[in-house]
Design a protein around this ligand. Structure first.
Ligand SMILES: Cc1cc2nc3c(=O)[nH]c(=O)nc-3n(C[C@H](O)[C@H](O)[C@H](O)COP(=O)(O)O)c2cc1C
Length: 202
C-alpha cells in the first residue's frame, strides 16, 4: 500500500503519524500560570535534542477553539516548566490531566496529585512521579498550529533507587509508559528489555 499525505485528511495523517512514530515517551508537564494556577498535561510529541546544552523539544497544539493550550501559554508567559515521567501506576492520573480543563482549574487537585516546590523554577513538581526535570524555556517556534517548545534542562530530581552505577536510570525497575496510536500504550518492563551492543563500542 502506498499512501501520499497530500491526498489524506488531517485526521488520517494524524492517525498514521502517531501509530508509526511509536512508542513515544510522555513528557508529563507541570507549569504554573502567571496568576499562580497549577497546570499539568501529558505530551508525547517529545524528544531529546542535544546534551550540550541539555535540550528537549515538545510539540504543543491549540485547543478546539484555537486558543493555545494552557501548557504552551504558561511556558510562554513564565519561561519555566517541569517534565515528570509517567510510570505504569500513574497512568489513570496522567489521563485525567489530558482533559481540557479551563485555565483557572488546578489540575493537581483534579487528578489527586501532590505539588512539590521546585528548586530553580516556579513551576511545581509532581511528587508521585519518580523523576522530575526542571526546565527553562530556550525558545518556542511557531509552526502552523503548533508551538515547538525547546526547554533547557536545569536540574533532575531522581528517586535514589533508580540510578545505576553506570549513570543510567534502571529501566528494569521504573516501568515507564510509552504512547502508541489511539488510546494504546506500552510498558517498559524487565521481560521486554534486551541488550544490543553497537559494533563500534566495547
Ligand atoms: C498520552 C498523551 C499524549 C499527548 N500528547 C500531546 C502532544 O504531544 N501535543 C499536544 O498538543 N497534545 C497532546 N496531548 C493532549 C493534551 O494532553 C491535552 O490537549 C491537554 O488537555 C492539554 O492541557 P493544557 O491545556 O492544560 O496544556 C496528549 C494527550 C495524551 C493523553
Amino acid at each position: 500500500m502506498i499512501i501520499d499525505t497530500k491526498n489524506l485528511s488531517e485526521d488520517k495523517i494524524y492517525k498514521i503519524m502517531i501509530s508509526t512514530i511509536a512508542p513515544r515517551p510522555i513528557a508529563w508537564i507541570s507549569t504554573v500560570s502567571k496568576d499562580g494556577i497549577y497546570n499539568i498535561a501529558p505530551f508525547s510529541f517529545y524528544m531529546g535534542v542535544s546534551s550540550s546544552p541539555p535540550l528537549v523539544a515538545v510539540s504543543i497544539g491549540k485547543r478546539d477553539d484555537d486558543r493555545k493550550k494552557d501548557t504552551w501559554k504558561n511556558i510562554e508567559e513564565t519561561g519555566e516548566f517541569v517534565i515528570n515521567v509517567v510510570t505504569y501506576d500513574l497512568v489513570e492520573k496522567m489521563n485525567i490531566t489530558a482533559a481540557p480543563f479551563e485555565d483557572y482549574v488546578d489540575e493537581f487537585q483534579e487528578a489527586g496529585l501532590t505539588p512539590l516546590p521546585s528548586d530553580l523554577v516556579k513551576a511545581p513538581r509532581i511528587k508521585e512521579s519518580p523523576i522530575n526535570i526542571e526546565c527553562k524555556k530556550f525558545m518556542i517556534l511557531d509552526i502552523a498550529d503548533m508551538g515547538l517548545v525547546f526547554g533547557e534542562i536545569l536540574r533532575y530530581h531522581i528517586d535514589d533507587t533508580l540510578l545505576n552505577e553506570k549513570g543510567y536510570i534502571d529501566n528494569k525497575k521504573i516501568k515507564l509508559v510509552g504512547r502508541l496510536g489511539g488510546a494504546d500504550y506500552c510498558i517498559v518492563s524487565a521481560e521486554n528489555i534486551f541488550t544490543l551492543k553497537r559494533p563500534d563500542k566495547r
